[in-house]
Write a protein that binds this ligand. Structure first.
Ligand code: SAM
Length: 276
């Protein structure tokens, strides 16, 4: 009888964010697969817990994954953890989950901190529809292609970025989406110096040309305004109002948003929507 794989989310800063279910899982599994055992041992020391560990990181996914799978197939249970946050989200794990699924091994997620979800919730930008874009490529050509694919993206976009690359990434985002597009820079979430800067791409790029970024960042960028042609008329605008209502906006706010997007009368839309 095979064991199973637990995906255990760990804190992204504040140790108190480790759930009791996560602790219980770390205590009871046979072994832990860690992205960096030196990082995870600190967490285990904090819990006063000793547990056998194996390394599982992006450079040994194939061989490390095979070791883990063989042990689980032999009946052991494993907790996969990354350095911080949810495994498999811009962290190792995606491949191991697939390999377990292919072998009929049960995978159980122990949910918890995830920087992108935290940042989105704090951003003040629409949360109803969003896309997670991870890290932009280092390579200039791939980065340009990625950004050009997002040119007409109307959903809120979320990016991870390392501090030393933040100034150039902000310039690239400003050049791709224009200086007036709104951005929320979510820094050091759950830590002592947690900060959310809600501004525009133009202002953020200028600020970080002058100021050295410190700490970890998630960038939450407003989506493009949907293009609604006037000829398509009231019906389409009402559909958009309906969509925003489903995303949680009140009728008044949805009508105001669509009126702003389309440069038409809020009252006309509000009255028409009331009659639908
Ligand atoms: N698996 C993790 C998760 O669930 O969020 C993400 C790991 S990814 C390798 C690391 C990136 O997540 C950082 O470069 C940063 O963009 C973001 N991040 C992680 N912790 C953060 C924090 N406390 N505040 C802001 N961003 C953070």
């Amino acid at each position: 009888m095979p064991g199973c794989l637990y995906l255990v989310a760990t804190p992204i800063g504040n140790l108190s964010d480790l759930s009791s279910r996560a602790i219980e899982t770390l205590e009871t599994v046979d072994f832990i697969a860690a992205e960096d055992t030196r990082v995870t041992v600190k967490l285990l020391n904090h819990l006063e817990l000793k547990k056998p560990m194996v390394s599982y990181h992006r450079h040994n996914e194939e061989s490390g994954g095979t070791v883990i799978l063989d042990r689980i197939l032999g009946g052991e249970t494993c907790a996969l953890v990354s350095d911080a946050g949810t495994p498999a989200i811009s962290d190792p794990g995606e491949d191991l989950v697939l390999r377990c699924a292919e072998q009929g091994i049960e995978v159980i997620s122990i949910p918890g901190p995830c920087a992108l979800v935290n940042a989105l919730a704090l951003s003040g930008l629409p949360t109803g529809r969003f896309c997670f874009e991870g890290f932009l490529a280092m390579n200039k050509k791939n980065r340009r292609e990625h950004l050009s694919e997002l040119q007409n993206e109307t959903r809120t976009m979320i990016f991870y970025e390392a501090p030393h690359k933040l100034p150039s990434t902000l310039c690239d985002l400003r050049d791709a989406f224009g200086p007036d597009r709104r951005i929320s820079l979510c820094r050091e979430l759950t830590k002592l110096h947690e900060e959310v800067k809600r501004t525009t791409l133009g202002e953020a790029a200028s600020y970080y040309e002058e100021t050295k970024p410190r700490g970890e960042f998630v960038l939450v960028v407003e989506g493009a305004k949907p293009i609604v042609k006037e000829v398509e008329g009231l019906e389409l605008r009402l559909q958009r109002v309906q969509l925003l209502r489903q995303e949680g906006l009140s009728l008044r706010d949805a009508a105001r948003r669509v009126a702003e997007e389309t440069g038409t009368s809020r009252k006309e839309l509000y009255d028409a929507a009331l009659n639908v």
